[in-house]
Design a protein. Structure first.
Length: 161
């Protein structure tokens, strides 16, 4: 990615449902540490629980990196990295409980394709341990935040940070 490419890093989740809030917690940590502060082409966004907003964000970016709680059949606390084509191709056969909360992620991606929005889109997901009432991440998930941030830096093309 060149330095002029607009990159949006978006965390999705519900911070009141335990590990489901991991995407938001990663965004909070990135902002707290000021990781992308010196990069005017990178925007770090708390996407909350609204999957439809993704379409708006995509229209304003060259690349979008999504962080969310994802169960793709991997072990608890394991991280997966997908692109838009893999989500649509796999559908619900492989990926379970994979959604952006108000709409199924596969449906959002199919809409993106139907609208001919062609962007570089990556999803970094971690399989949650506990999705239940509570504002804290389980230690198993919280301990993965540095690894997720490293993956985000690499996807953004600035892994030397």
């Amino acid at each position: 990615m060149n330095n002029n490419s607009i990159i949006k890093i978006i965390g999705f989740g519900n911070i009141y449902m335990g590990d489901d809030g991991v995407g938001i917690r990663v965004i909070e940590k990135i902002k707290e540490q000021g990781i992308f502060t010196d990069y005017g082409n990178v925007e770090v966004i708390d996407g909350g629980t609204s999957g439809f907003d993704l379409i708006f964000f995509l229209q304003q970016a060259d690349k979008v990196i999504i962080i969310d709680a994802v169960d793709a059949g991997q072990g608890i606390g394991e991280i997966v990295n997908f692109n838009i084509g893999e989500i649509i191709d796999f559908g619900n056969k492989v990926i379970k409980s994979f959604s952006l909360h108000d709409i199924n992620l596969k449906e959002v991606f199919e809409l993106i394709r139907a609208l001919k929005i062609e962007k570089d889109l990556k999803i970094i997901g971690i399989n949650p341990k506990e999705v239940d009432y509570g504002e804290k991440l389980s230690p198993q998930i919280e301990n993965k935040i540095p690894q997720i941030i490293s993956m985000i830096k690499k996807e953004a093309g600035i892994s030397n940070l």
